[in-house]
Design a protein around this ligand. Structure first.
Ligand SMILES: [Zn+2]
Length: 374
């Protein structure tokens, strides 16, 4: 039979979402309603070992999630009533073993189809690592003896990694199914953090492109001869809206003689962050307000191109910098879009992401559910 998300709308189902970062592995049990429980955070420890160690860490995080679920008496067996009212359990593989889907979001260029990390800036030296296979080898070691021995339970779960994707694509999927994107079929997502990540959903599916590099919205050019970006190009959105770049831009203006309450902060040795700049803006600092207005305008320029190319219904903007909020950031973005875009593409809604830091885990879990459909 075919499994789809809609088959289970009335049944709570669970999968495990894992958000792999350079520093931490965050994992949690995610219900089909998008709620997270049984959270686990483990250090990635990428310095001390290679990809197989990271795979073992991911498996350990999954094991700890399952233990927490057991302690909390959460029944992970999925049941579905068939048309005759009989209860069947489609994920049951033998008498007493229940498969639990796991999904993984990982930073870098991910080949989702083959489960390979082609390259990741967070994991130096990794090149074409078959991470899904490595993780499944580690998960197979958990089942059944190790897990069963430690919990003394009559039910045994067999966790299987069903899908991996780029972390921003996973977040986009999380927002699509359980966040700001609910009810939409075509959307783009921008995450404004250290870098500027992007995800594209077309007709309800994350779009990967021919070589898995689609959605690099942070490298949309907004100034042809502009600031140098981490990618080596000039004038990318990331070179204006990434955290470091926002700070650099205001520091340069202060060095060039612009007045700001933040000049004193710099003299006192306080490290500027987008948050500190936003606080100054909220307190009325004209230069801080200007920096956010400029940042919003650059995002609006990028979104104008994106709206013309893809005509999405909605653009979802998340990440720490989005916390600057409506007045400082979102209004300038909308103003720029309406100034520049043609009538119909300009109707794209621009909203803040709903799931915050949880989008990674929720989206990763969606990858597990999507993996059950085939
Ligand atoms: Zn770039």
């Amino acid at each position: 039979m075919t499994f789809t998300l809609t088959n289970y709308r009335d049944e709570t189902r669970y999968s495990i979402g894992v958000d792999l970062g350079g520093t931490d592995i965050k994992a949690g049990l995610v219900s089909s309603a998008g709620d997270i429980s049984c959270r686990v955070v483990l250090p990635t420890d990428v310095e001390t070992g290679g990809p197989k160690l990271v795979a073992a860490r991911i498996a350990e995080a999954v094991r700890q999630v399952l233990l927490k679920a057991e302690t909390a008496s959460i029944d992970l067996t999925s049941k579905e009533s068939d048309s005759r009212g009989e209860i069947t359990s489609p994920l049951q593989t033998d008498d007493n073993v229940h498969e639990i889907g796991v999904g993984l979001g990982a930073p870098g260029l991910i080949i989702a189809e083959t489960g390979v990390v082609h390259f990741s800036p967070n994991f130096p030296g990794w090149s074409d690592i078959p991470l899904v296979a490595y993780v499944n080898a580690e998960l197979a070691k958990l089942h059944p003896t190790k897990y069963a021995a430690q919990t003394d339970i009559h039910k045994k779960y067999k966790p299987i990694l069903r899908g991996m994707d780029n972390d921003v694509n996973a977040m986009t999927l999380g927002e699509l199914h359980h966040g700001a994107g609910v009810g939409y079929r075509s959307l783009v997502a921008l995450t404004l953090g250290t870098g500027v990540g992007g995800g594209v959903v077309i007709d309800g599916e994350v779009y990967h492109g021919s070589q898995n590099t689609a959605g690099e919205l942070g490298h949309t050019i907004v100034e042809p001869n502009g600031r140098i970006c981490g990618c080596g190009n000039r004038g990318c959105l990331e070179a204006y809206a990434g955290a470091k770049n926002i700070v650099q831009r205001i520091e340069e203006k202060i060095e060039n003689g612009r007045r700001s309450s933040l000049a004193d902060a710099i003299e006192d040795g306080i490290a500027l962050t987008p948050r500190v700049i936003a606080q100054a803006a909220e307190a009325g600092d004209a230069l801080a307000i200007e920096i956010f207005a400029e940042t919003g305008a650059y995002i609006g320029i990028a979104l104008t191109s994106i709206a013309h190319i893809l005509n999405p219904q909605i653009a979802i903007i998340g990440g720490g910098i989005a916390e600057a909020g409506e007045k400082l950031l979102f209004e300038p973005i909308r103003k720029e879009l309406s100034k520049r875009a043609m009538d119909i593409p300009a109707r794209m809604k621009i909203v803040k992401a709903h799931l915050g830091n949880d989008a990674g885990i929720v989206g990763a879990a969606m990858l597990a559910m999507a993996g059950e459909e085939s």
